[in-house]
Design a protein around this ligand. Structure first.
Ligand SMILES: NC(=O)c1ccc[n+]([C@@H]2O[C@H](COP(=O)([O-])OP(=O)(O)OC[C@H]3O[C@@H](n4cnc5c(N)ncnc54)[C@H](O)[C@@H]3O)[C@@H](O)[C@H]2O)c1
Length: 358
């Protein structure tokens, strides 16, 4: 039996990890912690597997029964909560992105290594059946040489929680790129079986809600919908180009744009075959003559269930899995370089770039 604690009782706890963890008979969720007690209590009502509600995560960290902690807070709190949990001797599953920049992400890895603890990141797409299938095809050489990858994560008008944590750079580390782009870049590097970064160039824009009061939206998808007293200083559009020792990657992402369309896909272009991954959906593979379509089995709790189980198993086996921070740092480095390139308005060389803690 594993005894665990959940820190952060918001959307990802409710929609993903609690439905998954509630299915595991060999897991006790001893604590559900949120700074806002009512949120933790409401979550407990809906998921009675949560045994105790707390507002200070140190209560869980000081409990010797607790073996692992799920860090499901806004991005800026990932670092502090994770470091505290590791120092208290707990294994950690921390939601994506690792934290707000690469330098702090490296410190989190070092802390986990220092204590011999597992630190996994919530890169749920690595457990998506379509992504697993593409990674297997890539490994088997089915695509031949993959020379270019195109990724598009562009929505119409859906900046989340405008004026809240998601749109405040100091809290989130960035906007559409760090929030959505992290999934796309991480799955691309996973499918490629890793790649060494060479050069990165990027531009980011904050245009759609520069006047927050007049912003019109179709979707908001974060709890604190519109806080007009708050901040919006993050990217709502990003475009970038990356060279690696394997494929080059072009990126276009938007939380919001003046186009009434949504496009979420990744194209893997190989000299034998190409494939389009409809994000969190089907794959279409084309070899020049035949188009094959695959619809791998998928639903949200399964993806997170696989992620949570892999983490719990790794605690027992001591074997790092695909979601371990060691395997996710390269995409954190890429995110950091993209933001640095946008700030500097120039292309960056991966061998020369430096990273600061911010
Ligand atoms: N893997 C995915 O697909 C996915 C999807 C959504 C969100 N996320 C990530 O999950 C994290 C949380 O996102 P969310 O949408 O659930 O946010 P949210 O705002 O809905 O929930 C976060 C909760 O954490 C609480 N909190 C903040 N600091 C705390 C602290 N020190 N101690 C205890 N509680 C604290 C807040 O009160 C809030 O209730 C973010 O990092 C986000 O990027 C991942």
């Amino acid at each position: 039996m594993k005894v665990i604690a959940i820190v952060g009782c918001g959307r990802i706890a409710r929609n993903a990890h609690l439905p998954a963890l509630s299915q595991l008979d060999d897991v006790r969720i001893k604590y559900g912690c949120d700074l806002i007690e009512e949120k933790a209590k409401k979550l407990q009502e809906d998921f009675p597997k949560i045994e105790n509600v707390i507002t200070d995560y140190n209560v869980a960290l000081n409990d010797p029964e607790v073996e692992a902690v799920w860090v499901l807070t806004p991005n800026f709190a990932h670092y502090t909560v994770t470091m505290d949990a590791l120092r208290a001797g707990k294994h950690v599953l921390c939601e994506k992105p690792i934290t707000v920049n690469y330098a702090l992400s490296c410190e989190m890895k070092e802390e986990a290594d220092k204590h011999g603890l597992m630190l996994n990141i919530g890169v749920c797409n690595r457990h998506h059946a379509s992504v697993e299938k593409l990674a297997e095809m890539c490994k088997n050489g089915d695509f031949g040489d993959i020379y270019h990858i195109v990724c598009s994560f562009r929505a119409c008008r859906s900046i989340p929680g405008l004026g809240g944590d998601f749109t405040t750079k100091s809290a989130s580390g960035g906007g559409a790129l760090i929030d959505w782009g992290v999934h796309f870049l991480d799955l691309i590097l996973y499918v490629l079986g890793g790649a060494k970064l060479k050069t990165v160039t990027c531009d980011t824009y904050c245009e759609m809600a520069k006047d927050m009061k007049s912003y019109k939206y179709k979707g908001m998808w974060a709890e604190d919908t519109m806080n007009l007293e708050g901040t919006n200083d993050v990217d709502d559009y990003v475009t970038g180009y990356v060279r690696t020792d394997k494929a080059s990657i072009s990126i276009n992402g938007a939380w919001a744009q003046n186009l009434d369309i949504g496009e979420m896909y990744v194209d893997f272009l190989g000299d034998k075959k190409g494939a389009r991954l409809q994000y969190q959906g089907m794959i279409q593979v084309f070899d020049g003559q035949t188009l094959e379509t695959e619809h791998p089995e998928y639903d949200i709790p399964n993806q997170y269930l696989a992620e949570d189980k892999a983490f719990l198993d790794s605690i027992d086996t001591g074997v790092k899995t695909r979601g371990n921070i060691d395997n996710v740092l390269e995409s954190a480095k890429l995110l950091d370089m993209l933001y640095q390139s946008a700030d500097a308005h120039k292309e960056l060389d991966a061998d020369k770039v430096t990273f600061s803690r911010g």
